[in-house]
Design a protein around this ligand. Structure first.
Ligand SMILES: [Zn+2]
Length: 89
């Protein structure tokens, strides 16, 4: 599935629906975590990881299309570890 990187780290938050994530993808310099099951995505920052520099714009666009990210919802992530306020209700 594209260049999605599996990660167990939830420092960057998890899907508010299921508390999981399917890794992150890069869009430009920005990094987005995604949950494929719930079609959610949340922005975690830009230029945090260096791998975006190795991806061409075309590769990124392919990732975007492959994953169908255009139909994903932009959500506020859920922080299992209670980073700041706990947004889980
Ligand atoms: Zn989910």
């Amino acid at each position: 599935m594209g260049d999605v990187i599996q990660s167990e780290a939830n420092y960057f938050g998890d899907c508010p629906e299921c508390g999981r994530n399917d890794g992150y993808i890069n869009i430009g310099r920005g990094h987005w975590f995604v949950c494929h099951k719930h079609k959610t995505m949340w922005f975690i920052g830009s230029n945090l990881f260096s791998d975006w520099k190795e991806e061409t714009e075309e590769e990124q666009r392919n990732n975007f299309d492959l994953l169908g990210l255009a139909s994903f919802k932009r959500v506020e992530p859920w922080y299992r570890m209670g980073k700041g306020e706990n947004q889980h209700e």
